[in-house]
Design a protein around this ligand. Structure first.
Ligand code: PLP
Length: 405
């Protein structure tokens, strides 16, 4: 829905040309509707959320409390406190990069990091390739930078992932960059090391920027974290790595993300941020520092969380396996199940109709695929208690059967 629709009653407000095309975040809209139904007394199972349902680990909360008591209550450097940028750079260097604190900019969530990168790299006339389906905000951020988002549709037979030849087919001489996200929201697909290397090599050869959003990297059901672009990029000359603490450390509300980028771009993003939000919240930066530097405690909490997500993933897959005709993407990372419930025809919007019925008739909130430019699909999050996840999946399957009857 365009933002304009919600403002028609107010004649004084005419949206500027900057936001005329902006769409409300569908994922947030679903959560709001589920909350409203709950408030009205309906026992809605909310499988729309994109955040871990765990508390931030205690050692991180305590570190933030100590930092506040020690005076971390003032402005910091716009790009973030040095010890945090050092810790981020150290971690990245271990992964194969040659990263110094000067390459790191800490922001108010990786969402701001992604926006900073898009705004500083792309502008009018530029085209940016977005493997699709993708997280809803990529399209909007590229458009807010006045560049054109170009969806590149993945192959349903291959986890809706894209290949270099698909990127090439969508490219023009205006292509400036590509947004990558593995593990992927909304599909849960993970690019193998070779697949990721091939995409980055393709971008590198053509001089495109790569923005690699690795916010779900730790939540991967292989034996190791998913591959990072830093591990396979032939050069970091046109690479922006985006990460943060939200998902891996159950810290969505603390709002800490970061970019790792060439120095000149890092300086430009710092300048941009200095005129918008300045530094990310100081206590949150100290909390993130604790998360990154207390390795043993952090690894233990990540392992426990990933083990629980894996248990839920297995439970979801066990339910949908009873329906061999229900097409899903094999969930290999993040905490989403992506299922096809109809045609990818925007005029039918089967996914939205399905999600609406699931919520109104079966009291389960999920997100329609149209939010990710794949209107025949729906996204269900399993970041919820396992009983809710199993019951929600059963109801989803039941409705899918009904729609086919
Ligand atoms: N990138 C992806 C793919 C996401 O799904 C999200 C949040 O849902 C973000 C980035 C933003 O995360 P943060 O909370 O760090 O802003």
């Amino acid at each position: 829905m365009s933002l304009l629709a919600g403002h028609r009653a107010n004649r004084a407000f005419a949206p500027s040309s900057n936001i005329a095309q902006l769409r409300e975040s569908a994922t947030i809209a679903v959560s709001a509707r589920a909350k409203a139904l709950r408030a009205a007394g309906r026992p809605v199972i909310d499988l729309g959320a994109g955040e871990p349902d765990f508390d931030t680990p205690e050692f991180i909360r305590r570190a933030a409390q100590r930092a506040i008591d020690a005076g971390a209550t003032r402005y910091t450097a716009t790009e973030g406190i040095l010890p945090l940028r050092e810790a981020i750079a150290r971690r990245a260097t271990e992964m194969g990069g040659d990263v110094a604190p000067a390459h790191v900019v800490v922001s108010t969530g990786s969402k701001q990091s992604l926006f900073n990168a898009c705004f500083c790299l792309f502008g009018e006339g530029d085209e940016v390739l977005i493997p699709t389906p993708s997280w809803t905000s990529y399209y909007e951020m590229v458009a807010l930078a006045r560049a054109t988002p170009v969806p590149v549709y993945g192959d349903a037979a291959a986890g809706l992932k894209v290949t270099p030849s698909m990127l090439e087919a969508a490219a023009t001489d205006r292509t400036r960059g590509v947004m990558l996200n593995s593990p992927c929201n909304p599909t849960g697909a993970v690019y193998t090391r070779d697949e990721l290397a091939a995409l980055i090599e393709c971008a590198d050869e053509r001089g495109w920027w790569v923005i690699s959003d690795e916010i779900y990297r730790a939540i991967s059901y292989g034996n190791t974290p998913a591959t990072s672009a830093l591990e396979v990029a032939p050069s970091a000359e046109r690479l922006v790595l985006v990460d943060g603490v939200a998902k891996a450390y159950a810290m969505t509300g603390w709002r800490i993300g970061w970019t790792i980028a060439p120095r000149e771009l890092a300086s430009a993003m710092t300048a941009l941020q200095s005129h918008t939000t300045s530094n990310a919240a100081a206590p949150s930066q100290h909390a993130a520092l604790a998360a990154l530097t207390n390795r043993e405690a952090a690894d233990a909490s990540i392992s426990a969380m990933v083990a629980e997500f894996r248990r839920r993933r297995d439970a979801v897959v066990a339910v949908v396996q009873g329906e061999p005709d229900l097409e899903i993407v094999e969930p290999e990372g993040a905490f989403y199940l992506f299922a096809r419930v109809g045609e990818d025809d925007p005029s039918r919007d089967d996914g939205a109709r399905f999600a609406r019925r699931l919520l109104e008739e079966h009291e389960v909130a999920i997100v329609p695929g149209s939010a990710f430019l794949t209107p025949g699909w729906v996204r269900m999050s399993y970041a919820a208690p396992i009983d809710d996840v199993i019951e929600g999946t059963r109801r989803l399957v039941r409705l899918w059967r009904e729609t086919r009857a």
